[in-house]
Design a protein around this ligand. Structure first.
Ligand code: NCD
Length: 362
């Protein structure tokens, strides 16, 4: 069965197929109004969200389906101590497909382990956010016209920004893409992505400290929220915060065709004066999110019983080998709930299969 836990769970062909279907739905929404008639989507949101949850809800309603679930786990059996995996087993008896958002990394992977219906990761901790990635790909396709040979600047919180992690993995699968990382030292891209050998082979990384120095080169500027609460040192935050704020002056040397993306919510990293610039694509991006989720829901259900669309093989350590490791991430589902432990070797390092953090030998 096909789940979407990580952007690489979709092959490049499947990714392009979903983006193309989303474009087809944009062109002819009237053909798709009964596509999900009789089908139910469960949205299990363990972490606050406006856009992602309502985008899924609207997507399902526009396809003629219905939606159930919760957006506050305190109103569900979770408050009685039910494990996430048990909640998923139960919801699989009611719904045809489940979208899950969790503050704990690896929770959607753990959900897929026990689910009888397709699971969609709607964001897990600071790890991954593959449906935002599909949204971003569709937006770039529509704004720029292609997904290859692009120079993309990622600016802001690259350490905790799960949308950045997922989008870089997806962009690495198209030819000739260059990624420029623009972040303060404390918020740099995690090593498991920055030094991933497979990614290094297909994508060119460059690190700079200000957006001004690269602005004229960029085809896409991907802005993210710099999270004040993540800084240990307030003085350090005050020192760097203005280098990561986009205003019209900094935008002046940019290409006329550049697209500015932001997963939203924005706090102050894009000044409102930029909103009227034709390059500001972040509200169009929200709309792309709805259409791409319509396409994703359709395809995951189309592919559910199709052997040609399974999950990719993941090379994991045997049970015996895994027994001598623990995941170093305290916010990983494998350290929070009684799930089976899985580890894999990436870049010569043993990593947790749920959250990609380094494993510690015991
Ligand atoms: C982001 C998220 O939740 O990861 N928003 C979203 O899904 N559109 C980004 C953020 O919260 O900063």
């Amino acid at each position: 069965m096909k789940h979407l836990i990580d952007p690489t769970d979709l092959t490049l062909e499947e990714t392009n197929n979903i983006v193309a279907l989303a474009e087809e739905i944009i062109a002819h929404p009237e053909y798709y109004t009964a596509r999900m008639k009789g089908k139910k989507l469960a949205t299990l949101f363990y972490e606050p969200s406006t856009r992602t949850r309502l985008s899924f809800t609207t997507a399902m309603l526009e396809l003629g389906g219905t939606v159930l679930g919760f957006d506050n786990p305190q109103n569900s059996s979770v408050s009685k101590g039910e494990t996430m995996q048990d909640t998923v087993r139960v919801m699989g008896c009611f719904a045809d497909i489940i979208a899950i958002r969790h503050h704990i990394e690896g929770a959607p992977f753990a959900a897929a382990e026990v689910s009888r219906v397709p699971i969609i990761n709607a964001g897990d901790g600071s790890h991954s956010h593959p449906t935002q990635t599909l949204t971003d790909l569709l937006t770039i396709k529509r704004e720029i016209g292609r997904l290859d040979n692009l120079t993309i600047g990622f600016c802001g919180d690259l350490r905790f920004g799960r949308t950045v992690h997922s989008l870089i993995k997806a962009l690495a699968r198209y030819n000739g893409n260059k990624v420029i990382l623009i972040a303060p030292d404390d918020l740099k891209l995690p090593d498991y992505i920055r030094h991933d050998e497979a990614l290094q082979q297909t994508i060119e990384f460059r690190e700079v400290s200000t957006m001004e120095e690269v602005m004229p080169e960029l085809d896409v500027l991907y802005m993210t929220r710099v999270q004040k609460e993540r800084f240990l040192d307030e003085e350090e935050f005050d020192r760097v915060k203005d280098s990561f704020v986009l205003n019209l002056e900094k935008l002046a040397p940019a290409k006329k065709t550049m697209a500015i993306l932001h997963p939203l919510p924005r706090v102050n990293e894009i000044l409102p004066e930029v909103d009227d610039d034709p390059r500001a694509a972040y509200f169009r991006q929200v709309e792309c999110g709805k259409f791409v989720r319509m396409a994703l829901l359709s395809r995951l259900l189309d592919w559910k019983n199709d052997e040609a669309h399974g999950m990719p093989e993941k090379k994991i350590l045997s049970r015996d080998e895994s027994a001598s490791y623990v995941c170093s991430n305290r916010n990983c589902i494998c350290n929070k709930e009684p799930v089976k432990k899985y580890f894999r070797v990436l870049d010569g390092t043993v990593r947790c299969s749920y959250c990609d953090s380094k494993a510690k030998q015991i």
